[in-house]
Design a protein around this ligand. Structure first.
Ligand code: PEP
Ligand code: MG
Length: 825
């Protein structure tokens, strides 16, 4: 939330006329670093278009929308003039409030200002004060209660009030520029026009009154009109609001994902969105109890070794149980981390070191803690932060064994009886998995990133979560009521009654929307002009094929078959694989099944496959590269797939293809296998997830039957940011224009060659991403199952033309933030 400071205020400035006054304001905006010096020309241009007189001696000059690039950061300054300057006939001005706004942060200041101006005595004091503090105070004071004339919709006494409800579609909300557009338009009608938002009522023809609403992006407004041309006025105003009130093309001006817009003044802590949804409730701080081992004498080294091996065995069993429980609750992919934890217990070097310490007379707990802690510290210090991130896993496992040695029960964190928003420094995956979603309304962590296992588990448990929010989240007392918005990545602290009411309304609205979307999940995603986009599911387990159908998916666009290979001691046999694929084909009952051949390597290791250690696993033997180097394994999988293809529509998809040669080699093997099992041909497509593949898309399109763009990997490789990197991963945004341009290249190449092209990376499930990808020409979007219904419903709101125009705007952006800030059509 933006606040005015003393440095933003100049008192007693001399100006001969309006132009000089605006120049003074522009100079101060530039001096404060809010805008480039040229912004003043834009402010004068804006003034030439329409007068920014607010009333009671105040004007609010600001720049033109198209000159937004001249704004460095959002800021508001106040210039108090030594003498009145005429802004227009009968419009004397003493306070010039200069605005350089990229987004809506300043709207709270304007709302406070307009509140202050409602009081004539206060506003004239402000015009003459010689203390900057008075101005600062007036611009930051708590909002006054709603004016007395506030009346809920429909209570007007005349009985001829017409009303429409609209939603502010730009992120900037009803700030000065759109409010001016609204007021000017309303002024063209004879009807009396009022606007209501969050219990306040404003005169729709008066800019200053409209600003008192403090309506941010996404806010709901009711427009009420009385008089002979009321219906026409409402139609015109609704159309103007729907088209953004002149803000439609302003980058940085929209929240496309449904997220709560609090009233001005609510303190927000910003983190990284990890799991969508809104939670409202008391804060509860989770502190993982850390077991510290004392070096006690053990009766004998043998006894110590026995105690340790029993604890390790018990830890292994516990992890097995957790794994099973998480598979059931959240799926195999999410549970895989606990198998990795089990593997850490099998570390032979660690065992040897602990044994040596025990032999020199240390007790089991101390020896274990000493050896594990040294490794954890070593991992944390490694320059490769992905490796350093594994420290959290090893620490988690080390503590588990210590608890068992100490005879301490490892239970779920002790929670109060009523549900809470849990805040924590960091949550170990096992802590997250043990959380009871009925008692955890939301999660907020100081550390972490959106691809951390904690975030993934929270998503699959449906718990709204924010990660990486910084230490401030721990500074608030337990029991304090907060609002957590997982989609926006915000924790709102100390929300007042007004904010809580609005958050509850939003939450109820979100639930209703989800339920509504779910009801229509079996209807296709047909755009308003009849264009249809295919919506399929990404799955990782056999049982999920049936779940995909139930979720409304029109088939499986990506089955990550490697998950059938990971958590076991040996690779599945051909028959076992056949059974798995056949079960999925049957469950899909005629809907297509795209089986991606194993994508092992990178961050996915199979315990039965010993591969040489690599310095850069994501740049190493991964995906198809591995299959081509393990032809027996590849052939076995292809045999099973071809056999299952007799039962229904199966397609083969090759992961991590980086060259035409690899595709040719894979096709050759596949064709030989097909002949062996006497199967009919099956479409063989490739994932486009490596920059070389996107650049060579025209050549690859000649030899692949279809493309599916894996934007998760494409993003990490194009932006050179490891997708599991603890600090870079949050910036590896698939909506980065560089990634979108690679998608555009790929789609164009596929389309020119007459090949179908889908997208199966995470951005396909993002409302903004889905629209852009559709506009770029993708024919199918494949996504995790919980997103299917919402994306289908979302796409039905747009036409292909709107999607194309939106995609063009996205391609022209310079940053991912600019893309995310584009107002949805
Ligand atoms: C991708 O890279 O976008 C993709 C869908 O594959 P995965 O996430 O399994 O690497
Ligand atoms: Mg991938």
């Amino acid at each position: 939330m933006l606040r005015l400071t003393a440095d933003d205020v100049r008192l007693g400035v001399r100006a001969r006329d309006k132009t000089e006054a605006i120049r003074a304001a522009g100079a101060l905006l530039a001096e404060r670093g809010y805008s480039a010096p040229d912004y003043v020309a834009s402010m004068l241009g804006r003034e030439a278009q329409s007068n920014t007189f607010l009333g009671r001696g105040v004007a609010i000059p600001h720049g033109l929308a198209q000159d937004r690039a001249l704004i460095h950061r959002t800021g508001v300054i106040v210039v108090q003039l030594a003498d009145d300057v005429d802004w227009g006939p009968d419009q004397p001005v003493r306070l010039v409030v200069g605005i350089a706004a990229r987004a809506e942060e300043h709207i709270g200041i304007l709302a406070a200002l307009t509140d202050a101006l409602e009081d004539r005595a206060r506003s004239s004091r402000l015009a003459r004060t010689t203390r900057t503090e008075d101005v600062v105070e007036a611009f930051t004071r708590a909002r006054a209660p709603a004016p007395d004339d506030a009346q809920p919709a429909g209570t007007a006494s005349r009985g001829d009030v017409l009303q429409v409800d609209v939603r502010i579609r730009s992120r900037g909300g009803l700030h000065a520029r759109p409010a001016t557009v609204f007021a000017e338009l309303a002024g063209r009608f004879d009807a009396e026009i009022k606007v209501q938002a969050a219990g306040r009522t404003a005169n729709g023809k008066a800019l200053s009154s409209l600003l008192t609403l403090g309506a941010g992006g996404g806010a709901s407004l009711s427009i009420l009109a009385t008089g002979p041309d009321a219906a026409d006025a409402l139609a015109a105003l609704r159309a103007a609001v729907d088209s953004g009130l002149g803000d439609a093309v302003e980058p940085g001006a929209a929240v496309p994902v449904p997220s709560w817009v609090p009233p001005p003044g609510v303190h927000a802590v910003a983190g990284i969105p990890a799991s969508p949804g809104v939670a409202i409730g008391p804060l509860f701080q989770f502190r993982a109890a850390r077991v510290v081992a004392m070096d006690r004498r053990e009766s004998s080294p043998e006894a110590a070794r026995r105690a340790l091996s029993q604890a390790i065995e018990a830890a292994r069993e516990q992890l097995g149980d957790i794994h099973e429980a998480v598979v059931e609750r959240a799926g195999k992919a999410e549970a895989a981390i606990f198998l990795a934890h089990q593997a850490l217990l099998r570390d032979e070097d660690l065992a040897a070191e602990v044994a040596a310490l025990i032999d020199t007379g240390h007790c089991a707990a101390w020896a274990w803690d000493h050896a594990v802690s040294a490794r954890v510290a070593g991992l944390r210090a490694v320059a490769d932060e992905r490796v350093a991130a594994r420290a959290a896993d090893l620490h988690d496992v080390g503590q588990r064994v210590l608890r068992l040695l100490a005879g301490t029960e490892h239970g779920a964190p002790a929670l109060p009886d009523a549900p809470v928003i849990l805040v924590a420094e960091e949550l170990a995956p096992s802590d997250t998995a043990r959380l009871d979603p009925r008692r955890i309304l939301g999660l907020c962590t100081v550390m972490g990133g959106p691809t951390a296992h904690t975030a993934i588990i929270a998503r699959s448990l449906g718990i709204p979560a924010v990660v990486g929010a910084g230490p401030q989240v721990l500074e608030h007392p337990e029991g304090a009521i907060a609002v957590l918005d997982g989609a926006a990545g915000r924790l709102y602290l100390d929300p007042g009654a007004e904010a809580l009411d609005s958050a509850r309304l939003f939450q109820a609205d979100l639930r209703r929307r989800r339920a509504r979307d779910f009801e229509t999940r079996f209807q296709p995603a047909v755009l308003t002009d009849g264009h249809r986009i295919g919506i399929t599911g990404n799955i990782a387990g056999v049982a999920e094929a049936a779940q995909a159908v139930e979720a409304g998916a029109e088939g499986v666009g990506l089955m990550r078959t490697e998950f059938l290979f990971l958590d076991r001691d040996e690779a599945p046999s051909e028959d076992e694989q056949y059974e798995a694929y056949a079960t999925m084909v049957r469950a899909l009952d005629g809907l297509p099944l795209v089986l991606r051949t194993i994508d092992i390597g990178g961050d996915k290791a199979a315990p039965w496959l010993t591969l040489p250690k690599e310095n850069n696993p994501f740049l190493g033997i991964r995906g198809l590269r591995l299959s081509l180097r393990q032809p027996a394994l590849f052939r076995l999988q292809l045999r099973a797939i071809y056999r299952a293809s007799a039962l229904g529509p199966v397609r083969i998809m090759l992961p991590m293809v980086s060259s035409v040669e690899e595709l040719r080699a894979a096709r050759e093997i596949a064709e030989a296998v097909r002949r062996e099992v006497a199967a009919a041909p099956v479409a063989i497509g490739i994932m486009i997830e490596v920059p070389s593949a996107a650049l060579m898309a025209p050549e690859l399109a000649r030899e692949a039957d279809f493309f599916s763009i894996g934007t998760n990997d494409l993003t990490q490789y194009i932006l050179a940011m490891d997708r599991t990197h603890p600090t870079l991963a949050p910036h590896a945004d698939g909506l980065h224009p560089a990634v979108l341009r690679a998608v555009e290249l790929t789609v164009k190449a596929a389309t020119a060659a007459g090949r179908p092209v889908a997208v199966c990376g995470g951005i396909a499930a993002d409302p903004v991403g889905a629209l852009i990808l559709t506009g770029l020409g993708a024919g199918e979007l494949s996504m995790s199952l919980p997103s299917v219904a919402a994306v289908k419903a979302g796409m039905r709101r747009y036409s292909l033309g709107q999607a194309q125009a939106f995609a063009r705007e996205a391609l022209a952006c310079a940053t991912a933030d600019e893309v995310r800030a584009l107002p949805l059509p």
